[in-house]
Design a protein around this ligand. Sequence first.
Ligand SMILES: [Zn+2]
Length: 485
Amino acid sequence: MTHSRMSRRTMLKGATALGALVAASGELLAQQAVSRSAAGPGAPLPPRREFVIRGATVLTMDPDIADLDTGDVHVRDGAIVAVGPRIELTNIQIIEGSGMICMPGFVDTHWHLWTSLFRPFVRADVNALGYFPVSNRLGQLMTPEDSYRSVMLGIAEALSAGVTTVHNWAHNVRSPDHADAELSAMRDAGIRGRFSYGPAQGMPDDQPMDLDGVARVKRAWMPGDGLLTLGISSRNIGAMSIGGAARGTLTIEMAKKDWGGARALGLPITVHTSGPSPIKMLEEAGLLGPDLQLVHPLLTTPEERAILKVRGVSYSTAPTGEARRPASVGVIQLGELLEAGVKVSLSTDHTTNYNCDPFVAMRILFALHQHRISDKISLTVKRLVQLATRDGAVDLAIAEKTGSLTPGKRADIILVRTTDINITPVGDPYEALVSLAQPTNVDTVIVDGRILRQSGKFAALDHAKVVREAQEAAATLRTKAGWPM
Ligand SMILES: [Zn+2]
């Protein structure tokens, strides 16, 4: 335990002694103390300045606002003020947008950020060292500090790739400190996101989830400054998941209790559907609704897709990982889902043995769609960019805040360089994004009006510190686990 974490515990203890009346302020103290933890962000977040992005190719992703071959975007107090061909303002900071595509940041709708540290341990080609057994084993050894460092590493990669919103699928909440550590990393990095509070690795399947802990996080952290929202990540339903215990399994009766508890708190739910589909079982139990996100759309029947459409359930596809699975567990059903009118969004899943690369994710979806379906169901490159931006915001129920360059929405914006070797010369910008772009082309990343990356470098996060602390934490886990097993 580091010195700063000890002082945090002392503060928590002190708050308890003051009694129930100050319990809420004790939680605030806990939040503030975590921010001073050893694995801090490096520097305070940049202020929200007023500026104009000038002369970019502007892709609004708003059906009511036309794209611009050359246009400007005005940002003030963290919000988009105007989008137009030429915005003339005096005494204002100009961000040069020529040679860039200006678009909404990517919205990543399912990511197990806490497993980012496991890269030295996971192997893509050795089943015993696959993602599930490794994360299940090492997850049980993680301290809150490890959780912070792992989540921070994942978010640093997210921002580098142009992701401005991330759904943190946190199914290793081993204690209140672990929850606070993950949330602190999200806050310290300045990213927008949902924290979906889950069970802990190794937790027995018949143990209900910690709804008191969820309620505490809601009191202590929400709404904060509006960047973070809260939900729960549920264990799988019915049949065992791939690899068994990593995400746990609930009977439908237990799901009613866990999900009912979340819904009583007004919180959305996310659950994986790997393996036999639980959709009809959930429908019969009356558990489907617009506050539910399913993950991995591989095995749905036409009947199930019709049910999902009616219930307003969304489905997150993580094509980079899904494309590695044997076809026997199902194929990525993007075309079928879109044709059925089901809400779909895009996600990374994890970055232990592949990267966060929304461009590659779109590319894989397009390739597999062409491979399986082709012109039978139309899929445009623009539709894929919409999937990676606006549709993600719809899935996470924050479309009023982000997902498009719409005046009044928060300024979550990226600039993608079109002069790099791998992408230039650019014709249709959507074609360039889906067929050619890479994370290294992401020049500038703005979240809630804060410029978090510019010229491909972090403005506040200390790159070297994030790397060093991740390496140290992985090395400590190696020793603790007596690796190899
Ligand atoms: Zn997942």
